[in-house]
Design a protein around this ligand. Structure first.
Ligand SMILES: Cc1cc2nc3c(=O)[nH]c(=O)nc-3n(C[C@H](O)[C@H](O)[C@H](O)COP(=O)(O)O)c2cc1C
Length: 337
C-alpha cells in the first residue's frame, strides 16, 4: 500500500501523498461568492484527515458564471482574503491546496446564460445566448484575472474546469458548439477558447506551480467527444504549459453512463500513456486496494476520492494505519486500540 502514501512532486510542489479530494461544490458561499466558516471547517477537516491535495470546488470567474447562487467566487479582489484563509488552514495541517476556477456557461443559474451556440442543454430547456468573438475575448480575460487572484491567495495548484458540460466543455464538444467561425467546426477550432484561457492564465500563474485542467474524456453521446479527441486536446494543453489532467467524463447532455468502480480510470490511463502527462483518476474509487492498484500500476499519478471523502474525511488515516506519519499528534492515542 505504500506507493499511495509516497510524496509526489509536480513542478515545485511536493504533495505528501497521492490522494486528492476533487472539486465538489458546497453551495455554501454567500450570494456574493464569499467564503463562510463551513468552507474552513470542511476543507480544514480533510487536511487534518491527511488528504495530499485538496481541490476547492468550482469557483466562479464571474458572477454570471455560477452554477448556483451559493457558489464560491473569484471574480473580485475581495474574494482573495477568505480563499487565502482556507489555504493557510490546510497548509497548517499538511495538505496542499488547489482551486478549480470555472464558468457554468449554459448550465448557469442566472437568467442570462451564455454558450458557444444558442443550443439548450436538453430539449425544451432554456436557450443560452451565443457569445460574440468580442465577448469571448472578455471572458478569457476574466479567467486571467481569476488566475492572478488564485496566485495572490497562495494556492499550490490551479485547475481550470473544462469538464461536465460547463462553458469550456461547451466549446470543446460538437454537441453544444455549432459555431462556424474560428471557435467552431474542427477540433482545432473548438479547443481555441480553452487554449486561449490556458495561455492567459499561465501569464498570471507562477511557472513553478502546477496548472491543471479537468476534462470530460467522453460525452457518451453520438457525435460527441471521444477519448481520441481528448488525447489530442491534452497534447495541445501540454504544449501550452499544462502539467496535470484531471480526467472525468460526461455532463454535456442527458446520457446514460455505464457506472462501475473506477469507471473513468481507463481514460486517465490513456491520457497518461499517450500524452506523457501527469493525470488524476477519479470516479467511484472508494477502496484502498483500488486506489493502490491505479497508482502502483501507473495507470494514473494521483487518485481522487469525491463522495468517499465526504462520507469519511479520515479515509487517508484509516488507509495508512501502518504509518504514524499522517496521524495528527492530537489523535495519536486513537491510532491503535
Ligand atoms: C456534491 C458534489 C459536488 C461536485 N462538484 C463538482 C465541482 O464543483 N467541480 C467538478 O469538477 N466536479 C464536481 N463534482 C464531481 C466530483 O469532483 C467527482 O468527479 C465525482 O463525484 C466522481 O467521483 P466520486 O465517485 O469519487 O464521488 C461534484 C460531485 C459531488 C458529489
Amino acid at each position: 500500500m505504500r506507493v499511495l502514501f509516497k510524496p509526489y512532486q509536480i513542478k515545485d510542489v511536493v504533495l505528501p501523498n497521492r490522494i486528492v479530494m476533487p472539486a465538489m461544490c458546497q453551495y455554501s458561499a454567500t450570494t456574493n461568492g464569499f467564503v463562510q466558516d463551513w468552507h474552513i471547517l470542511h476543507y480544514g477537516t480533510r487536511a487534518v484527515g491527511g488528504v495530499g491535495l485538496i481541490i476547492l470546488e468550482a469557483t466562479a470567474v464571474e458572477k454570471g458564471g455560477r452554477i448556483s447562487e451559493h457558489d464560491l467566487g473569484i471574480w473580485d479582489d475581495g474574494h482573495i482574503e477568505g480563499l487565502r484563509k482556507i489555504v493557510q488552514v490546510c497548509h497548517t495541517y499538511g495538505a496542499k491546496v488547489g482551486i478549480q476556477i470555472g464558468h457554468a456557461g449554459r448550465k448557469g443559474c442566472g437568467p442570462e446564460r451564455v454558450a458557444p451556440s444558442a443550443v439548450p442543454f436538453s430539449e425544451g430547456g432554456p436557450v443560452p445566448m451565443e457569445l460574440t468573438v468580442q465577448e469571448i475575448a472578455e471572458t478569457v480575460s476574466l479567467w486571467k484575472e481569476a488566475g492572478r487572484r488564485a496566485r495572490e491567495a497562495q494556492f499550490d495548484v490551479l485547475q481550470i474546469h473544462g469538464a461536465h458540460g460547463y462553458l469550456i466543455h461547451e466549446f470543446l464538444s460538437p454537441i453544444s458548439n455549432h459555431r462556424t467561425d474560428s471557435y467552431g467546426g474542427s477540433l482545432e477550432n473548438r479547443m481555441r477558447f480553452l487554449l486561449e484561457i490556458v495561455e492567459a492564465v499561465r501569464q498570471e500563474w507562477p511557472a513553478n506551480k502546477p496548472l491543471s485542467v479537468r476534462l470530460s474524456a467522453v460525452d457518451y453521446l453520438p457525435g460527441g467527444l471521444t477519448i481520441e479527441d481528448t488525447i489530442l486536446i491534452a497534447q495541445a494543453l501540454k504544449e501550452k504549459g499544462v502539467d496535470l489532467i484531471d480526467v472525468s467524463s460526461g455532463g454535456i447532455g442527458p446520457a446514460s453512463i455505464p457506472l462501475a468502480p473506477g469507471y473513468q480510470v481507463k481514460y486517465a490511463e490513456a491520457v497518461k500513456k499517450q500524452v506523457q502527462i501527469s493525470t488524476i483518476a477519479v470516479g467511484l474509487i472508494t477502496s484502498r486496494e483500488l486506489a493502490q492498484e491505479i497508482v502502483f500500476n501507473e495507470r494514473a499519478d494521483l487518485v481522487a476520492l469525491g463522495r468517499e471523502l465526504l462520507r469519511n474525511p479520515y479515509w487517508v488515516l484509516h488507509a495508512s494505519s501502518h504509518s504514524d506519519k499522517l496521524w495528527p499528534k492530537q489523535y495519536e492515542r486513537a491510532r491503535t486500540t
